[in-house]
Design a binder for this molecule. Structure first.
Ligand SMILES: [Zn+2]
Length: 229
């Protein structure tokens, strides 16, 4: 996964992760309300025929988008669950043997077995290694005599943004962590371990046909920007 820009709504609620192409379009159409990122993506477009200049857009690593269409509604809605997010929530640690494993050696395990009505939900799923998952089989933890070493919980919106992206810049992480409840497991060690080393400026080159006049060129450049990282 390449580096992404964190898009907020105008009130500062996390809206979505966007690629540089999407960010360039917001800049080119004057849809960026404000920006607070400490890092910069440099988007280089094509050369303008009239001036011979190459167009450049500088995008912040955190931007807020104007307009009611981009306002986050249902702020408290339960985040969509994915395997990546669940394993990240549980810090890649098996709930039954408490050992840490690589992603591919872990499963999503239903505490109340799915075949017996257990839901695919944040509260009924935990991370388990394949051996423990196989051993527990179609039983509850009580029936299997297997104790849970941690309890499941539903991450809030800010935490879900962290769990859903493996490559987060330091300033983006600090912004999102401000909205994560103190009781979240993410405070323990996961995000410190994932904090990346990065340059303060990220250069993104674009291959773009020549264009004119300048105003049109800028908009087309933005719409055509592609990630080259
Ligand atoms: Zn295990």
């Amino acid at each position: 996964m390449s580096l992404h820009i964190l898009a907020l709504d105008a009130a500062g609620a996390p809206h979505r992760w966007i690629n540089t192409r999407g960010a360039a379009l917001y800049y080119a159409t004057n849809m960026v309300a404000w920006e607070i990122g400490q890092h910069e993506f440099v988007l280089r477009g094509g050369t303008q025929r009239l001036t011979g200049q190459r167009s450049v857009i500088r995008a912040s690593s955190i931007i807020a988008i104007k307009g009611r269409n981009h306002m986050v509604r249902q702020f408290g809605r339960v985040p969509t669950l994915t395997k990546q997010m669940l394993l990240a929530r549980d810090r890649y640690i098996c709930a039954y043997c408490a050992q840490r494993f690589p992603f591919e050696q872990l499963d999503m395990e239903h505490i109340q077995p799915k075949s017996r009505g257990g839901a695919d939900s944040w509260m009924n799923l935990v991370t388990a290694c394949k051996a423990c998952n196989h051993r527990k089989s179609n039983r509850t933890p009580q029936e299997a005599g297997m104790k849970l070493h941690y309890v499941p919980y539903v991450p809030n919106r800010h935490e879900a943004f962290i769990l859903g992206n493996r490559r987060i810049l330091g300033d983006q992480m600090e912004f999102l962590m401000q909205g994560v409840p103190k009781g979240s497991r993410i405070h323990l060690d996961t995000y410190r371990g994932r904090r990346p080393a990065f340059a303060s400026t990220v250069v993104v080159s674009t291959a773009l046909a020549r264009c004119s006049p300048a105003a049109v060129c800028t908009a087309q450049t933005a719409a055509s920007a592609t990630t080259a990282m």
